[in-house]
Write a new protein. Sequence first.
Length: 379
Amino acid sequence: MSSTTYRIAALAGDGIGPEVMREAIKVLQAVGTRHHLTFQITEAPVGWAGIDAAGQALPDATLDLCRRSDAILFGSVGLPDRDPTIPKEQRPERAALLRIRKEFGLFANLRPVHLPKALSHACPLKPDRQGDGIDILVVRELTGGLYFGQPKKTELITAPDPVDGNLHATHRAIDTMVYTTPEIERIAHVAFRAAQLRRRKVTSIDKANVLENGVLWREVVTRIALGYPDVALEHMFVDNGAMQLVLRPTQFDVLLCENLFGDILSDEAAALAGSLGMLPSASLGATKDQTTFGLYEPAGGTAPDIAGKNLANPIAQILSVSLMLRYSFGLQEAAGTIDRAVAAVIDQGLRTGDIFNPADPAARRVGTREMGDAIAAAI
Ligand code: IPM
Ligand code: MG
C-alpha cells in the first residue's frame, strides 16, 4: 500500500474529449483500486469549453491546476467550424495546447504505434506488408521548429505580382524554422534511450538536402549516436520516410523527427495501426527529482462529426493513462495492467466503429461507454 497521492489535472476539452475522458477516468479508478493507488483527479475546462466557461481557451484557473498537478491528462481541443471570427492567437489549438506544451517545456512527444495482429484488417496495407506486425515509436520534438520559430506573422506588403509583375498590395505569411544544437541533442537522447529498451534502431528524419535545419539536425544526431554504440542509426529524408512507412513499415523501430515532420508522419503511422483512435501520446519535459512532468493525450483530434454519439474509440485516451502511469509516476506494473486489459478486450472481439470488421464473426460492435466498461472490468 503506497501513501503517495498522484495529482492529476484532467482536461477533457472539446468534441469527443469529454466522452473518452470519462472512460479513461473510469479505467484510472479501476487500476487505483486494483493496485491500491491514490489518484486525486481534478477536472477543468480547456479549449472551447474553456472559452465558454471562462472566456479563455486556457483559463488561468486551469493553468494553475496544471501547475499544482503531477501530470496532465488531456482530451482534445479545437472545433474548426466554431466561430471563425475569433483571432487565431486565441483559438484553442494555439492558445491552449501549444501554450501548455511551451509553458511546461514538454519537448519530447512519444507516440507508440502498434498494430495488434487481431486488427490486421483495419490496417490499410496488404497483409504481406504488415510482416509480423507494426511496432514503431515516433519521437517528435514538440517545442521548436516551425511551430514556434520567430518571426511568425502575416503582414501586408507591396510586392511584384508573380503573374503580371506589377506591384500590388499583398499579404505575406511568415513561419520560421529554428532549432538550436541543445534542442536537437536533448530530443536525440530521448530517441536513443527509448531505442535501447526496444529493437535498438533509430531512423532520424530530416530534409538535409534542402534545409539548413536538416543539415544541423543530421550532424547533431550523428554525434549523439556515438554515445549509444548499441543502437543503429540511419538517416532518411522526410519524403522518402513518408513513402517507406507505407511500403515497408516493419523496417522502423524508433522514428526521430522534428516538430512538423513528426506531426505529419505520426498521423500516417497511426493510420497503419488501424485507427487514430488507438494512438496515445506522452509529452514530456526534463526530468526533475526522478519524476517527469508530462501531458498525456490521444494523438487524434476532437472528431466533431461523431462527438456525443457514443461512437468514439476511448482506447487512445485509456492508453494515454497507461503512459502517464509509466512515465510520470513510474508505476510500471499498473501501466501493464491497463495495457493487458486493452489487449484482452480486443482479443475478446470488442470493437468501436473505427476498428470494426463486419466480416469477422468474432467481432462485436460496441460504443464508447461499453468499451470503457469492458476495459475497467478486465482490470
Ligand atoms: C497533434 C495535433 C496538434 C499539433 C494540433 C491540434 C495543434 O495535430 O498533437 O498532432 O499539430 O501538434
Ligand atoms: Mg497532429
